[in-house]
Design a protein. Sequence first.
Length: 276
Amino acid sequence: MVLYYNAIMTEFKVQKSPYFSLWQTLDCGQIFRFKKSDLGIEIISKNHRAIVIETESEYIVSATDEEYFRHFFDFDTDYEQIVAGLGSDVFLGDAVEFGKGIRILIQDPVEMIFSFLISQNNHIPRIKAIIERLSEALGENMGDYFAFPTLDALSGADRSLYDSLGLGYRSDYLYTVSRQLKDFDLEYLQTLCTDELRQHLLKLKGVGRKVADCILLFGFRKTDVFPVDTWIMKVYQTEFKGVKADVLSAFLAQKYGFLAGFAQQYLFYWKRTKNV
DNA sequence: AGCCAGGAAGAAT
DNA sequence: ATTCTTCATGGC
């Protein structure tokens, strides 16, 4: 018999502010492993889990790894300054004000690569379900939850495992990338600039401009990218009629510089929430 | 029944 | 180098 123990959780509190809304942060498309439960809001990242309880004035965070989640929530970045920097933009205006509680989380590169491979041409609820199945199949059993699989576990699984997850044609992408990544030096990749790193990511099967930019932004903290997906295309379809997604992405990244990733999140959240 | 989804690969031009 | 077609799955 195998005995599991529940990981020890330490607790810390975070004051609410106009520049940190947990729900906006979770619901703007950058993370898939979160859910409401009777315990609170459960968030799983890599092999860690946090349970957040919201009160009137603060968030109470119970985490398996306090340092990990303090970093994860990006408390060192001044979002008031980011909001101020983008709020004067005529086009973004309302979206920034609407979503100014959004933060861009610090997440794991490998988890982002596989998560956004799964995301392509897929529905968000299905993406979340598939990631859970992948974690249950290959991730470490942490007692109350399953860690996201390590690269070793991912590259050790055979094709039939991936075929059993309901990935459709993406099964080959995940299987192939799990092998390709064994030749990637993540430490080295961390040192590259955005354009150089994107060139490496584009070698991965199933990774095109949009998925690469999501990996760059959410996994490598490259905020000078502007992922253009179907929602962003809808936003700009009148202003840039006929312009292709990759061209629009390059233009918007150039326009907003290191605020591009934030601008994209405000717009995505605004469009997907209000759908105007 | 047909359309669509946080797109990208491979073929055709 | 650019456009067109196809891709597996499941919810609606």
